[in-house]
Design a protein around this ligand. Structure first.
Ligand code: BLA
Length: 499
């Protein structure tokens, strides 16, 4: 049932994925004290791979002079994250460096062998990609283009663009694949599939890779207290629940890149393969660059759409103000301006309710229904503004008029009397296709298991209107401020007359 779902998901969100104490085996990790240049912790494979004794306490200038030198530059120590080449055990390594608390974390990966993975080969491809992006005003085309480009870079079997909604459910809005894995295009996935702490982490650290879900974690030794925060470590060992999820999906390898819009996690580009599949650091950097370039286009698009809407709503407000000022009673002014009153927030009905008066415009519930909504708002002690796209899920008696009023946007006009302006939106019944029944998460012996099937699962969503957009909510606030100003001015004029 719903309560158990929530408990399970809380459990998921509590897993401390930033301190696993282990890495994946596709590289080597050292935790270093920047003051003394001594090793604080080393992944258990460090000595063998880097060909030097690297247990805790080892002095780097003696054990790995090349590394000590790379670390001693000011730039290396100041950098938030830095990449450079160093030589160890007779070969080159790509080293990525970042700070974690008082420590430096150095990660080492073998450089790509393939000639076409050098920056001079990758750069022209990236340039062509960003050039074509500038023409793409259309989101489906832009994200489709992004999925194709990222998959062409990484060689995974499938790449998809996954977009979060307001509740952190996600939808696959673009996809590119070679047919080896099923298509998820158009499917939704519940918020719990990427729990809150993982989403927080993916805002800080944009790219992650799991080359082989059957890997054996390499411990970082010795364990220390408090443990080192590996949020920004590429090699960080991942949640076993997520590995089980990938197994259930028939995927052996993944890589995902955060799409950040206005600093928030907007979505992910997620890549999968049916067989183990690793992607070199150079290619990952190229993917990060491509995704950031696309994210900037998405941000520009969203900002200009928001600006256009705000401009239009501002014009409507101006006309409404004119009507209210010209009318003897502001309520009459608003009712006479019916279509504009609705356009102000994109509603299909409205009602203005005070103790002694009632006016309706467009498609509104019966007066008794509207008064029931007002009584409910008053009883909840709501502030000056209240908005919901699904009134009947909160106020059961609203189900009887859900067809006209599933969406409610309400502003309180007077602090003294229960006097409200309400806008309504009709129910929009939709069918949502989920990637598997989202209620199938199971808890067993205190451990959570992800659902086993990802076959499309249809759900009818009822009693829900299109959500109110931020610009529409702002427009309602602006109208409220204007009304309160007019009501006050009229009251003052009246007071002056009667003096
Ligand atoms: C992480 N879950 C993830 C990641 C993705 C998804 C993309 C990022 C890691 C990666 O790139 O592989 C989810 N993968 C999806 C989705 C699709 C996909 C939605 O392909 C759709 C096409 N997951 C669960 C449950 C839990 C859970 C019940 O289903 C609860 C414990 C946890 N998922 C979970 C955790 C992580 C995760 C903890 C973080 C893994 C990590 O970075 O350590």
């Amino acid at each position: 049932d719903a309560r158990d779902d929530t408990a399970d998901l809380d459990l998921c969100a509590r897993e401390p994925i930033h301190i696993p104490g282990a890495i994946q085996p596709y590289g080597v990790l050292l935790v270093i004290d920047p003051g003394t240049l001594r090793v604080v912790q080393a992944s258990a494979n460090a000595a063998e791979k880097l060909g030097a004794p690297l247990e805790a306490g080892t002095s780097l200038p003696a054990a790995l002079p090349a590394l000590a030198e790379a670390l001693s530059g000011d730039a290396a120590l100041e950098a938030g994250a830095d990449q450079q080449r160093i030589e160890a055990a007779g070969r080159h390594w790509q080293m990525t460096l970042h700070r974690s608390g008082a420590h430096l974390v150095a990660e080492f990966e073998a450089p790509p062998a393939a000639e076409d993975e050098t920056m001079d080969r990758l750069f022209p491809r990236l340039r062509r990609f960003t050039e074509t992006l500038t023409d793409d005003g259309d989101l489906a085309r832009l994200t489709g283009h992004l999925a194709r480009h990222v998959r062409a870079l990484t060689g995974h079997d499938r790449a998809l663009v996954y977009r979060f909604d307001a509740e952190w459910n996600g939808e696959v809005i673009a996809e590119d694949g070679n047919g080896r894995l099923p298509s998820y295009l158009g499917l939704r996935f519940p918020a719990g599939d990427i729990p809150a702490q993982a989403r927080r982490l993916y805002r800080l650290s944009r790219l992650r890779m799991i080359p082989d879900i059957d890997y054996r974690p390499v411990p970082i030794m010795p364990a220390i207290d408090p443990p080192v925060d590996l949020s920004l470590a590429t090699l960080r060992s991942v949640s076993p629940v997520h590995l089980e999820y990938m197994r259930n999906m028939g995927t052996a390898a993944s890589m995902s890149v955060s799409i950040l819009v206005a600093g928030e996690l907007w979505g992910l580009v997620a890549c999968h393969s049916a067989r183990p599949h690793a992607v070199s650091l150079n290619i990952r950097n190229a993917c990060d660059f491509a995704v950031q370039a696309a994210a900037a286009r998405i941000e520009a698009r969203e900002r200009s759409a928001g600006d256009a809407l705000r401009l239009r709503l501002g014009e409507v407000l101006g006309r409404l103000l004119g009507r209210m000022a010209a009318a003897s009673d502001w309520r009459r002014g608003l009712v006479e301006a019916g279509p504009e009153l609705l356009a102000q927030v994109g509603a299909s009905g409205a009602a203005i309710v005070a103790e002694g008066s009632y006016h309706a415009v467009g498609d509104a519930p019966e007066e008794a229904g509207v008064r029931a909504i007002v009584a409910w708002l008053e009883a909840r002690g709501e502030g000056d503004l209240y908005a919901t796209p699904a009134l009947a899920t909160l106020l059961p008696e609203a189900a009887s008029f859900a067809a006209v009023a599933s969406g409610l946007l309400a502003i309180r006009i007077s602090e003294l009397h229960p006097s409200w302006l309400l806008w309504f939106r009709p129910e929009v019944v939709r069918t949502v296709s989920w990637g598997g029944d989202p209620h199938k998460t199971v808890a067993e012996h205190g451990r959570i298991h992800p659902r086993a099937s990802f076959a499309a699962w249809q759900e009818q969503v009822r009693l829900t209107a299109l959500p109110w957009r931020p610009a529409e909510i702002t427009a309602a606030q602006d109208l409220r401020a204007a009304i309160v100003g007019i009501v006050l001015r009229k009251a003052e004029e009246l007071a002056a007359l009667t003096q």
